[in-house]
Write a protein that binds this ligand. Structure first.
Ligand code: URA
Length: 212
């Protein structure tokens, strides 16, 4: 199966998923989107109101800001894969529950394995906790670390910066630095190249890099 076919299969499973109670209230599941050979995956928290309506990630206000942040890093939305730790909207945009995170975890791991990205950008504390369970976003943001051969960069969630204007310049600076990091670490990948890999083991110790 090609990575594209694998992603399509995972998306279909997510769309029909009934493994946690979020499926009762969802309108559309939001599997995520982007090229199967993306070098960078961004992982948010979960769909909000507009994402639940459209079945696409980051299409509301946080999504517009994310597009600006991606531009700071020299990236376009079409060249990265964007997804979330939970694929269905938690009612009222509440935090996802541990059992909802657990029910969705295999989907995310399978997406990452199929895409085999060089860099994983976590947006907010729930996706950060997959890789750095003890980290605090206030000190970990913008600090890249290698986890199972991939560079993982924890970032503030774009919505956090919209709600707390004091964070905006910090998030913008972190994404500008992400652009520098990409230049150093991501060789050009020929179009269509994508190699499945073992799923990332989040238990493995992360090694802080001294790039920043
Ligand atoms: N916030 C998220 O974390 N994910 C989305 O898809 C939209 C908003």
């Amino acid at each position: 199966m090609t990575p594209e076919e694998t992603l399509t299969r995972i998306s279909r499973q997510i769309t029909a998923c009934q493994q946690c109670d979020l499926h009762y209230s969802r309108k559309l599941a939001v599997p995520g989107e982007g090229p199967a050979n993306a070098q960078i995956i961004l992982i948010g928290e979960g769909p909000g109101f507009y994402e639940n309506e459209q079945g696409r990630p980051f299409v509301g206000a946080a999504g517009s800001f994310l597009d600006e942040l991606l531009a700071r890093a020299g990236l376009k939305r079409e060249e990265v894969f964007i997804t979330n730790v939970v694929k269905c909207r938690p009612p009222g945009n509440r935090d996802p529950l541990p059992e909802e995170l657990a029910a969705c975890r295999d989907y995310l791991e399978s997406q990452i394995a199929a895409i085999n990205p060089q860099i994983i950008v976590t947006l907010g504390r729930f996706s950060m906790a997959m890789y750095f369970p003890l980290a605090r976003i206030g000190s970990a943001h913008g600090q890249p670390a290698t986890v199972n051969g991939r560079l993982v960069v924890p970032m503030y969630h774009p919505a956090a910066a919209l709600h707390q204007p004091a964070l905006k310049s910090t998030v913008e600076r972190d994404f500008t630095r992400l652009g520098e990091l990409i230049k150093q670490h991501v060789p050009a990948r020929p179009v269509g190249f994508s190699k499945p890999d073992d799923p990332v083991d989040p238990e493995e110790n992360a090694t802080q890099l001294s790039l920043f």
